[in-house]
Design a protein around this ligand. Structure first.
Ligand code: PLP
Length: 428
């Protein structure tokens, strides 16, 4: 037994399913999860001393590679001044200033501790502001584990086979309306059938949680127009895309401004941080400025703010990072495509910037039902074939991969080679 296997056996006796977040358990791909001991730059090291090339990067935050020096230094410096005050700090002001500078639609912002808190809070504010109850979300989009969002949710909720989790009340579920991603007509119909009842539309502007799925031309513009027409708040959940697809996230890249934005992952530099922000008139509803209550003992935590500030400052000051990520993503995908061509393989690859998913299907993937038609057994075999070759992927077909600037040309070539060998292994 490996050390990881031993730890997993023990963990299962102490932690539900042996993990603190479901996808980590490898249920979707079979086998036993790796227990990670450390990471630096582009590499992960497990408890058995094996090295892996990182293509998840903590599900997004490690956009500059692991233990990036300026972030590490900021945390070390901050720790000397205690770990939490539960009182306002200079760093929170600096963080708010930087976020409102970087993210085009955000006038005011509130810090929280996770992406889940950010989306739960944003929807409460949208309801408070509009005086309406209903919410439109898209099938396969994941917005954290708040009750309202566990309806047709992507990410781990799909692979666990419980898209509608027990424990979510019928009343809550009834307020969440769902539409297929990229289907404007379906959204229009929901608005018409729920006249003056829809508080908000929430979406991942580029979806990461059914695998990487891009908005078709006109889709984001169409959603913006429908929200305007029906007086609903448009929420971009940029927990994955924020500070990744561009300095100002997907909204900058596509030039469509939402009313509210939810953020997480990169914003904390690897520490537990989330944020929600947007138009000043809407954010002024949040307590104590307004009546919509939302609070947090550790919100704006000084260590987390130090890590996040160091990360965002670096991204803000180095726009070449985004060109670099673009080049890494393009090189990787070009290499994969060359393999497909060489061997007559018909897989589908969705890609934008430093996000991509290789789907085990020969059909285009533009929504959740198309994503679900993939060959999941083949994905499991592919995943393990890559792992055997030292490449760490997300352990599910329904996830995007996240590249970092730490991936050198040589490493990208190694991944391309491993991908070719793994796909050939799957086909035989
Ligand atoms: N929103 C999106 C788009 C996400 O991808 C996630 C997590 O992956 C969340 C919200 C929830 O964030 P957290 O896991 O930090 O609660």
């Amino acid at each position: 037994m490996t050390t990881s296997e031993q730890l997993f056996e023990k963990a299962k006796t102490l932690i539900p399913g042996g993990v603190n977040s479901p996808v980590r358990a490898f249920r979707a791909v079979g086998g036993s999860p790796l227990f990670i001991k450390s990471a630096k730059g582009p590499f992960l090291y497990d408890e058995d001393g094996r090295q892996y090339i990182e293509l998840i990067n903590s599900w997004g935050p490690m956009i500059l590679g692991h233990a990036f020096e300026p972030v590490e230094k900021a945390v070390r410096d901050a720790i000397q001044h205690s770990f939490s005050f539960g009182a306002p700090t200079r760093k929170e002001v600096e963080m708010a200033e930087l976020i409102t500078w970087m993210v085009p639609s955000v006038d005011k912002v509130r810090m929280v501790n996770s992406g889940t808190e950010a989306t739960m809070s944003a929807i409460r504010v949208a309801r408070g502001f509009t005086g309406r109850d209903k919410l439109i979300k898209f099938e396969g989009c994941y917005h954290g584990h708040g009750d309202s969002f566990l309806i047709a949710a992507g990410s781990g909720a799909v692979t666990m086979g419980v898209p509608d989790s027990p424990g979510v009340t019928k009343a809550t579920a009834a307020d969440t309306l769902t539409a297929p991603f990229n289907d404007l007509a379906a959204v229009e119909l929901l608005f018409e059938n729920n006249h003056n009842q829809v508080a908000a539309v929430i979406l991942e502007p580029v979806v990461g949680n059914m695998g990487c799925v891009l908005p078709e031309p006109g889709f984001l513009e169409g959603i913006r127009a429908l929200c305007d027409k029906h007086g609903a708040i448009l929420i971009f959940d940029e927990v994955m895309t924020g500070f990744r697809l561009a300095k100002g996230g997907a909204q900058e890249r596509f030039g469509i401004l939402p009313d509210l934005t939810t953020m997480g992952k990169i914003i904390g530099g690897g520490m537990p941080v989330g944020a929600y922000g947007g138009r000043a008139d809407i954010m002024n509803q949040v307590s104590p400025a307004g009546p919509v209550y939302q609070a947090g003992t550790l919100s704006g935590n000084p260590i987390a703010m130090s890590a996040g500030l160091a990360m965002l400052r670096y991204l803000n000051d180095h726009s070449d990072v985004y060109m670099q990520l673009e080049a890494i993503g393009n090189k990787l995908v070009a290499g994969f495509s060359a393999t497909f061509e060489k061997f007559g393989m018909t897989y589908t690859i969705n890609h934008i910037g430093s996000m991509y998913t290789l789907f085990m299907t020969d059909q285009p993937v533009t929504n959740f039902s198309e994503a679900k038609s993939c060959d999941l057994r083949s994905f499991g075999r592919y995943f393990h074939a890559m792992l055997d070759r030292g490449v760490y992927l997300a352990p599910s077909q329904f996830e995007s991969l996240f590249l970092s600037t730490a991936l050198t040309d040589t490493l990208v070539e190694q991944v391309i080679q491993a991908n070719e060998e793994s796909l050939l292994e799957v086909m035989n």
